[in-house]
Ligand binder design. Structure first.
Ligand SMILES: [Zn+2]
Ligand SMILES: [Zn+2]
Length: 241
């Protein structure tokens, strides 16, 4: 099993440890057809990109695209879900600056106000109740209805959610669900719900080092427990390798 394209990678512009160029070189080396750079959104406390850097990111990716015509390069962003209302750390102007948006929940992001920052993150850490997970899932759905989101990344990281409800909502909206290269956190019941929903699934390396670009070894390891998993549901996989 081999990734054909990687739409979830980080660089120095957020908390990655490699340059955009290093990621591109690795993607070319591994024969990927497409590479997305998705640094963390603005409200990520430890690694969010800065609004004043977005133009630099765009200029850099444009020049790399000229240099490496054999691979399609895209500039995305890994936006943060901020609260129960489906607010995301992107303004309408920000959205225009990116080719696509992936959305995740991260520890200790800045919310819209003190209440969001405190309550949302505090609950994620200490108060992962069923009611909270339902509210989180509804918030993902509100966000999908308000923003042009392509992928929900690493569901169940930082806080649990209702995976069945989320998978069904993604399927209805044509949003992909990610199996993440750093953490795959689904139980058997959730895997069954994902399969049953018919949702499209995508592999993302979530590479923070260039050598991890295009790497799906963790997902492969995880799937060993599910030998009947329908691999054809992955949109970016080559089954022949
Ligand atoms: Zn993330
Ligand atoms: Zn990421």
């Amino acid at each position: 099993m081999k990734m054909t394209a990687d739409y979830h990678t980080h660089t120095f512009y957020s908390d990655g440890h490699s340059s955009m160029r290093d990621n591109v070189l690795e993607a070319v080396k591994k024969g990927l057809t497409s590479l997305g750079i998705t640094d963390h959104g603005f409200n990520h406390r430890t690694g969010g990109i800065k609004r004043e850097d977005v133009k630099k990111l765009r200029d850099e990716i444009n020049s790399l695209q000229k240099e490496f015509p054999q691979i399609k390069l895209l500039l995305g962003v890994e936006a943060n879900l901020l609260n129960y209302n489906g607010d995301v750390d992107l303004t309408p102007d920000d959205i225009k600056n990116f080719d696509y948006i992936i959305l995740g929940i991260h520890y200790l992001t800045y919310g819209k106000g003190v209440k969001d920052s405190f309550l949302f993150n505090f609950r994620n850490f200490f108060w992962n109740t069923k009611q909270h997970r339902k509210k989180i899932t509804k918030s993902y759905i509100k966000a999908m209805d308000r923003y042009p989101i392509k992928v929900i990344v690493h569901p169940n990281y930082a806080t649990g959610c209702d995976v069945e409800m989320l998978a069904n909502a993604c399927k209805e909206r044509g949003v992909l669900l990610e199996f993440n290269g750093k953490r795959v956190e689904f139980n058997k019941r959730e895997i069954d719900a994902i399969i049953k929903s018919g949702v499209g699934i995508i592999l993302g390396s979530d590479a923070h080092y260039a050598n991890k670009v295009g790497d799906c070894s963790l997902q492969q390891e995880f799937l060993k427990d599910y030998p009947d998993f329908p691999l054809e549901r992955f949109v970016n996989i080559n089954l022949e390798n």
